[in-house]
Design a protein. Structure first.
Length: 118
């Protein structure tokens, strides 16, 4: 099990940028695949991006390709989501989550709010 805490959300104008951080506790952080998800007004959480244990093989949702970049620093137990060219439809609560097995995200943070104004 790993504990996760997101930070870096806020209010930004369309076209702006934000960097979200996901800080993890525990000595086994590097064993987990980390993903970012977004929850807009509807209840479902949509996949945004994920990164492998070593930091390679990033995967992105089509809606954010070319605008968002996911990265990780295992020495600091952190994962980042760099968001550029933000759009109003990027608004939502952003969660990071950890998966020990591919796509099985069992550990979640509390989320950080991102609001993009038009």
């Amino acid at each position: 099990q790993v504990q996760l805490e997101e930070s870096g959300g806020g209010l930004v104008q369309a076209g702006g940028s934000l960097r979200l951080s996901c800080a993890a506790s525990g000595r086994t952080f590097s064993r987990y695949i980390i993903g970012w998800f977004r929850q807009a007004p509807r209840p479902e959480r949509d996949f945004v991006a994920s990164i492998s244990r070593s930091g390679g093989n990033p995967v992105y949702a089509d809606s954010v390709k070319g605008r968002f970049t996911i990265s990780r620093d295992n020495a600091k137990n952190k994962v980042y989501l760099h968001m550029n060219s933000l759009k109003p439809e990027d608004t939502g609560i952003y969660y990071c989550a950890a998966a020990y097995v591919w796509s099985q995200y069992n550990d979640w943070g509390q989320g950080t709010q991102v609001t993009v104004s038009s």
